[in-house]
Design a binder for this molecule. Structure first.
Ligand SMILES: [Zn+2]
Length: 222
């Protein structure tokens, strides 16, 4: 006699409850935007890190913000057009709407947004995040590419994610925008250290091997 039978719940109900849970669970969908002609190369060179980064942020969001997101990632190859169909912030805002604005879409783009309120090459809107994805000019065997991605991309993603995760806690813009920017500016201008994590997700010092970088979340008050 199995345990579920003992307590009077049949397995089909459990499966149904699990399916409902998956449907209502908040989703965070990272979309790596690439020019059509480059996507295979970028997939080969960047995707290992991008997919590990999405797993890291699933853990980080739970650990720091106590939110449990279903996290996915995909590549979006685009054909850059002229004028009206140019791939830009407006294009991705439309893409977000079409995919479903209740899903938190986070775009990693090859271009910088033309305008932003953020203190970096990124943009935040309701359920919408964007950061420019930086990549080294050359990949060589002795180049620490993970470190490069962590310093140049991961930290910025944590900044834009923080805007949205605090906004979701019903906080005013002053809290979810200004506070994150104050912390960000202290890292960039005053050399206050970021948080560094190794691949086992342990906090480590800047001088050791690290794979992920985030803003200092201990300074967030909400
Ligand atoms: Zn910002």
């Amino acid at each position: 006699m199995n345990f579920l039978y003992c307590i009077g719940i049949d397995e089909s109900k459990i499966l149904l409850m699990y399916a409902v849970y998956l449907m209502v669970q908040d989703k965070l969908f990272f979309i790596y935007v690439s020019k059509e002609e480059e996507w295979k190369k970028r997939y080969e060179e960047d995707w290992d890190y991008v997919s590990s980064l999405t797993r890291f942020f699933k853990w980080w969001i739970k650990h720091e913000f106590h939110e449990d997101f279903a996290v996915e990632a995909d590549i979006l190859p685009v054909i850059p057009g002229k004028l009206f169909d140019r791939v830009n912030l407006a294009y991705l805002l439309r893409d977000h709407k079409e995919r479903g604005s209740s899903i938190f879409h986070f775009y990693l783009t090859y271009f910088k947004p033309m305008w932003t309120d953020c203190h970096l090459e990124g943009y935040h809107g309701e359920n919408f995040g964007l950061t420019t994805w930086f990549r080294p000019k050359v990949f060589s065997s002795n180049f620490k590419v993970e470190r490069y991605f962590a310093d140049n991309n991961c930290s910025k993603i944590s900044h834009v994610l923080s805007h949205e995760l605090i906004r979701r806690k019903q906080k005013k813009r002053k809290v979810y925008f200004d506070q994150v920017h104050k912390i960000w500016d202290s890292h960039v201008n005053d050399n206050v250290p970021f948080y560094y994590y190794n691949k086992q997700l342990n906090r480590v010092s800047k001088n050791s091997e690290y794979r992920y970088v985030t803003i200092d979340t201990s300074k967030l008050e909400y």
